[in-house]
Write a protein that binds this ligand. Sequence first.
Ligand code: SF4
Length: 375
Amino acid sequence: MAGIYFHIPFCRKACTYCDFHFSTSAKGREALLDAMEMELLNRSRELGDAPVSTIYFGGGTPSLLEPARIAALLQQCSDLFRVQRNAEVTLEANPDDITAERLEQWKAMGITRLSLGTQSFREDRLKWMGRAHNAEQALKSIALIARAGFASWTIDLIYGLPQMTLPEWDEQLTIALDHGMPHLSAYCLTVEPKTALAHQVNKSIVSMPGDADQSAQFDRLMERMEVAGLEHYEISNFGLPGHHSRHNSSYWEGVPYLGIGPSAHSFDGSQRRWNVANNARYVQGVAEGARFWDEELLTPAQRTNERLLTGLRTSKGVDLARLEVDVIGHQRRAVERWTATGHLIHADGRLVLTKAGRHFADRIASDLFVNDDDR
Ligand code: SF4
């Protein structure tokens, strides 16, 4: 099995907290999409004969593309790869792009799953984030998607905002659940270097909430989703049975994928590759047949650490038999320490985080990291 990811690096506005690769200028958009079609063609042998079970349009804002360009990339996938008949095909969309007509067009071309970048249903929060949509569009778009008949859909919400209270967070979750949301990706706001938010925090224009507030909101999130029957299958992801993201689950399980477009990452099981995060250099590199990416062959310890980092974030945890380095042998003390405090379970050949442990997933994973001398 394999996946294909398309990075569409265009947005209407720059959100204050975002450190993804995108441009707010539409200049050169068609040339860049042509280059992505060319990259896909040039790399069509990289997945071998593996059936493609998931395709994902992320970004950036894929929903601002003309539907014909998305359809063309999908057609190319069908022509070049063994795309499974029941493949999951996800499109990230922003609320300001959602109309009943657009939803029909996306469905007709084979998009099976929509991921809506809602982030908040409140006008003041959306303004503060610098989002291109307003609260009315956030509410209207979720109602339209709920009625549109996609196989699945999900929304993104952000918590841990400055001065956010538990009642405010509860209200956000209630609105989403009242619309029958089958899947939620909920992210705690983080301050990424070189973003407008980082500048505001450094200048003391904005003060971020403390860990206790963010933890309380994460606990409330877990409680609310459990009551609503959405399984907590990854730290930031909750879904009804049958609505878990197959594409993201494949990443966490180490399934190979091809990443097309500027800044897109690819993985073939042992080697990582990442394209240049610059639209002009990407287009030029593809046109001239020059190298526009970097790559790295992962060592057994690096592959083990990646599995720890991603696997511990999932409800299935880490299958110790699939690790190339003996983590229990080399990190016994750290495993015992985290199990003794009730954050980690070591049983049946797996390491799984408890609810308490989910607050410290990255820290626990890095405590268990091995190095190549450990082999
Ligand atoms: S729409 Fe998404 S990708 Fe674009 S700036 Fe905002 S958060 Fe970043």
